[in-house]
Design a protein around this ligand. Structure first.
Ligand SMILES: C[S@@+](CC[C@H](N)C(=O)[O-])C[C@H]1O[C@@H](n2cnc3c(N)ncnc32)[C@H](O)[C@@H]1O
Length: 260
């Protein structure tokens, strides 16, 4: 098994913990990046969807769109498929550096994913994104900033993942050129620290002077998420469960879902 796949097969406690305790990084990315998805969107691809939290929220907010979540890890995709089921939503295990779904997408989402594409694969990946991004499609993405990566490299290298590249505006401009798009939005964010993340939107053939409609994104509440974990995964998190308690509960889940 490849090192990244093995790593992400063991990443589900972290992602379920983010989901359960309302991780600020994810909530902010879903709400803010989701605000760039027009109501008229037909097809959405969520790359590196993990346990499918963002994928599900977008499928819920845009019931007329077909939404696909893909991830390298079969363990995460297995959990996503159990947690979330909707008619307009499906999940697939895929290494996006090797292949991408063949149809066209109006929106391609990457939340904390582009930095995990190895630098050597980047341009080929960019060109393959171009093939599946529709003529007025958008890539909407969140990445840790180069400032945050530098801080991790110096102060907490264990916090870095097997592939964890530095992504800055120059890299985003290159991606934008490779997919024949314009950078229509780029903004640093203060999630845990000043300027630790950025959000970017790359748009092919941006419209001018058109009033687009955007749906209201209302995330499921913490209580609804905990009920989903209980009903779909048989993981019961009590109101006062702290981080340690959660780790204990999730370690049982890990044994139930064996990596392929
Ligand atoms: C930092 S996690 C982000 C997960 C989720 N989007 C979030 O923000 O919580 C990175 C995700 O990208 C996925 N990933 C990394 N390399 C990938 C690849 N080559 N193909 C598909 N998914 C990949 C990992 O399995 C993991 O779920």
């Amino acid at each position: 098994m490849s090192k990244p796949r093995e790593f992400y097969n063991n990443f589900q406690s972290k992602l379920i913990s983010d989901y359960t305790i309302s991780n600020k990084r994810m909530e902010s990315a879903i709400i803010n990046l989701g605000s760039f998805i027009p109501s008229s969107t037909e097809n959405i691809l969520d790359i590196g969807c993990g346990i499918g939290w963002s994928t599900h929220e977008f499928a819920k907010a845009l019931p007329h769109s077909k939404v696909v979540g893909v991830d390298l890890s079969p363990v995460l995709i297995n959990t996503a498929s159990k947690l979330f089921s909707r008619e307009n939503l499906r999940f697939e295990t895929l290494d996006v550096t090797r292949e991408l779904p063949e149809n066209l997408f109006d929106i391609i989402v990457m939340i904390d994913v582009y930095e995990h594409i190895p630098k050597d694969n980047r341009q080929a990946f960019n060109l393959s994104l171009n093939k599946i991004l529709s003529s007025q499609g958008r890539i909407i993405m969140a990445c840790p900033s180069k400032f945050h990566q530098l801080w991790l490299q110096k102060n907490n290298p264990k916090g870095l993942q097997p592939v964890d590249e530095d992504i800055d505006f120059e890299v985003i401009s290159r991606l934008s050129k490779d997919v024949n798009a314009e950078v229509t939005f780029f903004e640093y964010q203060n999630i845990w620290n000043q300027n630790d993340y950025f959000y970017a939107v790359l748009t092919k053939n941006p419209r001018y002077g058109v009033d687009e409609q955007f749906p209201e994104l209302k995330l499921e509440s913490k209580e609804e998420r905990q009920a989903r974990l209980k009903n779909q995964l048989k993981v019961e998190v009590k109101k006062n469960t702290n981080k340690n308690g959660l780790e204990k509960i999730l370690s049982k889940l890990k044994k139930k879902v064996k990596p392929k």
